[in-house]
Design a protein around this ligand. Structure first.
Ligand code: UDP
Ligand code: MG
Length: 331
């Protein structure tokens, strides 16, 4: 359980050790630069630290560089994945293996400024447990990426119940308790960590930062990846796509009834070729039934999805005067 100091009704987190999780995929060009930039910052902090590098199946010299850094300092910890599992998996592994009272996830390419680390620690000290780093401008992303990212958040916020911070990045920090929650509960195979971090509650704050240029190497996120990501997020956090079938069913039903009435009216008053009215009525009726059934299946699917996600029904931030065992049973 997180250590907290309750002074004058104010809650503050005590951070004895900070874990910095850095995901690495083919980053040989920037790793040394990153290490040299981050060490003076973490050394100046009034607490212990560990640098947790997660090598996400790099095929270049990154693993060797990381091993060398780990040889030089025991504060450097390295997790080598067996293959490339993706950025999200790397961050989750980092959180899993972290031993600090606070965990910061950041990229290896220095686009997430290491100078923000003391600010994050301050936020922890002020009692915040989830710190989302919000990108002010992304110089290297280009107009297209910036516009599509804006549009994505507009749609996602429109169709889901959780509010997602626009421009929230994979740069975030959590204290021990939310880290535990992420570790335990948010392990769906189709994950969207950035969204989970924002949806778990706790005392949250945001800090703005300016994303710089990549310190070297190339971006590993292709447009195709980003598209896959967006679809995943929407499916994870909204049932609307499933409900579209019900909506179609209802509209098609109303349209069919109108068309049936119109066709019968025309048949009686104007006359129609033999069989025409019957065909129209049968087709309309069948389509209405079909959409209606699809709608029902959609509704069931949305319930089943909710169940198999096994997300917690509630999350406890802290308890007072409760036995630990009792507390655990809730989860
Ligand atoms: N990354 C990773 N696994 C991957 C792709 C990327 O661990 O499969 C890491 C990468 O090394 C970097 C971070 O995730 O530290 C962000 O990737 P990148 O800078 O390429 O993305 P961008 O900043 O262009 O969105
Ligand atoms: Mg980057």
């Amino acid at each position: 359980m997180e250590k907290e100091n309750k002074k004058k009704g104010q809650v503050m987190n005590i951070i004895n050790k900070l874990s910095v999780v850095i995901s690495v995929y083919n980053e040989e060009a920037v790793l040394d630069k990153m290490y040299q930039a981050v060490v003076p910052v973490v050394e100046s902090l009034p607490c212990e630290y560990e640098l947790l590098f997660v090598n996400d199946g790099s095929k270049d010299a990154s693993p060797a560089i990381l091993d060398r850094l780990a040889m030089e300092s025991e504060k450097v910890k390295v997790i080598h994945f067996s293959r490339n599992y993706g950025h999200e998996a790397a961050m989750i592994a980092g959180i899993d293996y972290s031993t600090g009272d606070g965990v910061i996830c950041m990229d290896a390419d220095l686009q997430h400024p290491v100078e923000c680390i003391p600010q994050i620690l301050d936020a922890f000290h002020q009692g915040y447990e989830v710190v989302s780093m919000v990108r002010m401008s992304n110089k290297s992303a280009g107009l297209f990426k910036n516009i599509t990212s804006k549009l994505f958040y507009k749609i996602l916020n429109g169709i889901s119940e959780t509010h997602f911070e626009e421009n929230a990045s994979d740069f975030f920090a959590v204290t021990k308790r939310p880290a535990e929650v992420l570790r335990k509960h948010f392990r769906e195979s189709s994950r969207f960590l950035r969204a989970y971090v924002q949806s778990i509650g706790f005392r949250k704050t945001t800090i703005e930062y300016t994303a710089g240029e990549r310190a070297g190497g190339r971006s590993k996120y292709s447009l195709r990846n980003l598209f896959k990501f967006s679809v995943k997020a929407m499916i994870s956090y909204s049932d609307l796509p499933l409900k579209i079938a019900s909506l179609c069913g209802t509209s098609a039903g109303i349209a069919s009834v109108l068309l049936i009435i119109y066709s019968i009216y025309m048949k009686i008053h104007v006359g129609a070729p033999g069989g025409y009215t019957t065909i129209i009525v049968v087709i309309c009726f069948m389509f209405t039934v079909l959409f209606f059934l699809l709608g029902i299946i959609g509704e069931y699917l949305s319930v089943i999805l909710g169940e198999i996600r096994r997300r917690p029904i509630y999350l406890v931030r802290d308890t007072v005067n409760l036995e630990k065992e009792q507390e655990k049973e809730n989860e």
